[in-house]
Design a protein around this ligand. Structure first.
Ligand code: SAH
Length: 357
């Protein structure tokens, strides 16, 4: 991202890779310890202005300011649910809005963060699909969501974040380079030192990039939004799956497991009378035979779309019991924060876009 100020084009310093920035600063005779201090302000403390870098000389701060910009993110709105879930709207430097969610559970606080400012996948059941004018988030913007949510979590719940799920707006694997850079910063032992095993990347199932994520050696967890193990059915709700078969997906998941030894999660959104029959459960069980995995059943959260509704308790129980009878590991993800539209699939910046202009 570049910013034009009085004819000078300044680059966002966080869009420059660590090795390139180091070379650049070294050329200016900036000492190694100062470079690491600058890096710490950018990628650990997450400052929004060079003037906040208090242990850096004024002269150097001014030089940085003359060359670069920090495109920072602010918390624009905070909504608290009756179940204590919090949804926030972040405002990016270009005034675009993106949503994030804090989900507390005992001493555990999960941050659900976004990878894009909308989504191009157009999944039939998801409200984010409605935002078609969108862009990828930079690594800095993915990182900022963490910093802001971590601060909010301490303020509101008294605990730091314990888990990160890339289940907010967008498809993380279609923004893989920036995602990888952000994860490297989250998990850097010299920096935030967040355990990669507490980071889950959720994807619609892009086979090629699942393999790339495995090859990146980041050691994060993977979740796949399967929602149907019947090819024809899946294609009707997930347009992306028309170009990436279930066979290829299965191969990619297997590859991920073999490479990382991290057991992936298969996410299955239960839609009434659509994918909740015992035949659907049988197909799901067959699909899951190719690799070790756990299944997360997800309750449907309503969007403004009347095509889908929530599976009944009885059907859900039968579906779950069937999977248990096949010795599968099954969890039920209950909806949190539905009263503030914070639940999965509900992130769409409702009523907010006008305010940001
Ligand atoms: N693009 C990624 C991550 C964003 S969606 C992915 O597809 O996984 C995060 C999760 O919410 C996905 O499992 C998605 O399928 C699910 N989801 C979308 N709409 C939903 C809805 N209306 N109710 C419940 N879950 C939904």
């Amino acid at each position: 991202m570049q910013n034009k100020l009085l004819g000078v084009i300044k680059e966002d310093i966080r869009n420059i890779t660590k090795s390139k920035l180091t070379d650049l600063l070294k050329k200016e005779n900036i000492k190694a310890y100062q470079i690491s201090q600058i890096y710490d302000w950018l990628w650990v403390k997450g400052v929004s202005d060079f003037s906040e870098m208090s242990n850096i000389s004024k002269e150097l701060r001014e030089w940085l300011n003359s060359k670069f910009i920090i495109n920072s993110t602010i918390l624009k709105e905070v909504y608290t649910s009756i179940d204590t879930t919090i949804k926030v709207a972040f405002q990016l430097h270009d005034k675009r809005l993106v949503e994030g969610v804090l989900i507390p559970s005992g001493e555990r606080v999960t941050a659900c963060i976004s990878s894009q400012t909308g989504c191009g996948l157009n999944c039939a059941f998801c409200a984010t699909a409605k935002i078609t004018d969108f862009r990828n988030l930079t690594a800095g913007e993915i990182f900022d969501q963490f910093v802001l949510l971590n601060k909010l979590s301490v303020e509101r719940y008294g605990y730091k974040l314990t888990n990160i799920v890339m289940m907010g707006m967008g498809e993380p694997l279609l923004n893989l380079e920036n995602l990888k850079r952000a994860i490297v910063e989250f998990t850097s032992p010299k920096g935030i030192n967040f355990s990669p095993r507490r980071i889950t990347v959720s994807t619609v199932g892009i086979s090629k990039f699942i393999k790339e994520l495995a090859d990146a050696g980041l050691n994060v967890d993977l979740a796949i939004s399967l929602h149907s193990a019947i090819e024809q059915k899946r294609k009707t709700i997930i347009p992306y799956s028309k170009s990436d078969s279930l066979n290829r997906l299965s191969e990619a998941i297997k590859y991920f497991y073999e490479k990382t030894h991290n057991r992936p999660t298969i996410e299955y959104l239960l839609l009434k009378n659509f994918n909740d029959s015992i035949t659907d459960a049988e197909e799901l069980a067959k699909f899951c035979r190719s690799f070790p995995c756990k299944v997360n059943l997800i309750e449907y959260n309503s969007t403004d779309d009347s095509r889908f509704s929530k599976t009944t308790h009885e059907t859900l129980k039968d579906f779950k019991d069937f999977l248990h009878s096949k010795n599968m590991v099954v969890n039920l993800r209950t909806s949190r924060g539905t009263d503030i539209n914070a639940a999965c699939g509900q992130l769409v910046n409702k009523n907010l876009s006008k305010k940001a202009n």
